[in-house]
Ligand binder design. Structure first.
Ligand SMILES: O=C(O)CCC(=O)C(=O)O
Ligand SMILES: [Fe+2]
Length: 222
């Protein structure tokens, strides 16, 4: 797929249906694979800021995931660097008739670390069908950690995915920066909790194929 690494224009990615694309353009940095980004050599400052942010977040994410894994009697969380990526979304200024910049979704990853500079993000506080929808705006020195359906699979359903959408406030300078964290898939990845048939399920296919729901290609181990 063109436009998967580096700059991705508006129109490629959707949350529910392709006819309603997410109203933002993106820039993504996957793993350490700078050679996949067109013209990366011309934008070293941008790339280095992305990697600096990723390297600051990775130990924090590992600490939290290890703690969760241990509470389910797993030794540690799976490695995640090669299958995870940073993405900045630049929201497009559009008329308020379009209520949502991104429709309701969960990210389909293990966790997402989010920071945004202006309001818009709203969470379904009591699960997918929640009637309580709360705006979330991290302070300048805060991030939001959002669980996705891969963590749900790992925990046998104990941790639900956090459904959210992005409201259009008609702002012309809204950016959000996400670290989308996926477990590596070079060897079987078993859920931490046994199924009702007393088995541990290999969840690699789920990890790999989750982005298809947004019109994006499967996860690759880079
Ligand atoms: O823009 C935001 O605040 C969140 C973006 C988001 O949910 C996503 O890209 O998956
Ligand atoms: Fe999201």
């Amino acid at each position: 797929m063109d436009n998967y690494y580096g700059y991705r224009p508006f129109g490629v990615e959707h949350s529910i249906i392709p006819e309603r694309p997410n109203m933002n353009e993106c820039f993504t940095v996957w793993s350490d694979q700078m050679d996949l980004i067109p013209s990366a050599q011309n934008i070293p400052d941008l790339i280095n800021s992305f990697l600096g942010w990723r390297d600051a977040l990775a130990p924090f994410v590992k600490g939290i995931l290890d703690e969760i894994a241990r509470s389910f009697s797993a030794t540690a969380a799976p490695s995640f660097k090669k299958t995870s990526y940073l993405q900045i979304n630049n929201s497009l200024p559009i008329p308020l008739e379009r209520e949502l910049l991104q429709d309701k979704h969960e990210d389909g990853h293990m966790v997402t670390v989010i920071h945004s500079n202006t309001p818009g993000l709203e969470i379904y506080a009591n699960g997918k069908e929640s009637e309580v929808i709360l705006p979330i705006l991290p302070a300048r020195n805060e991030v939001v950690l959002s669980p996705g359906s891969v963590l749900t699979a790992l925990t046998g359903g104990a941790i639900s995915p956090l459904y959210h959408h992005v409201r259009n406030h008609g702002l012309d300078n809204r950016q959000s920066l996400m670290y989308f964290v996926n477990p590596e898939i070079d060897k079987p990845l078993y859920s931490w909790v046994k199924s009702s048939r007393n088995e541990r399920i290999d969840i690699r296919e789920q990890v790999q194929n989750a982005p298809l729901m947004f019109g994006l290609p499967p996860i690759e181990a880079l």
